[in-house]
Write a protein that binds this ligand. Structure first.
Ligand SMILES: [Zn+2]
Length: 125
């Protein structure tokens, strides 16, 4: 029973990620009025760091890498780090080293600084 309980979180995460991926594979956010819109952009007219992520994910899941990059290059470039962070978080009890390095405050702070730089740059260039 304990072994089953240990697998619930990874299985739940996998199922959730699969459902999320299927949704964004099938639904084009530009065509679906019910998909969420960016509140920051609606209020200010400026792009937030995540603007274009939905469109980029849809394009990426449909094999259109160049389109995904055009919608939000920072998102695309962040995916390896974010994916590694999620995997390391799931496996951290058995293998704490990778998670400790990926979630180290200096690494996270560097990522936050990059997000802020991207936020500014995408609105001035
Ligand atoms: Zn936005």
């Amino acid at each position: 029973m304990a072994a089953v309980r240990k697998l619930l979180l990874p299985i739940g995460l996998l199922l959730g990620a699969a459902a999320f991926a299927l949704l964004y594979y099938r639904v084009d956010p530009t065509q679906a009025a019910w998909m969420p819109r960016c509140p920051f952009r609606l209020l200010t007219g400026l792009q937030c760091p995540a603007c274009g992520n939905q469109r980029a994910l849809h394009a990426l899941l449909n094999g259109h890498l160049a389109d995904a990059f055009a919608f939000n290059p920072f998102f695309l470039l962040s995916l390896p780090y974010l994916a590694a962070l999620v995997v390391a978080a799931v496996l951290r009890r058995r293998h704490p080293g990778p998670y400790r390095r990926l979630a180290h405050p200096r690494v996270v702070m560097a990522y936050v600084v990059l997000i802020c730089l991207w936020w500014v740059l995408r609105n001035i260039i």
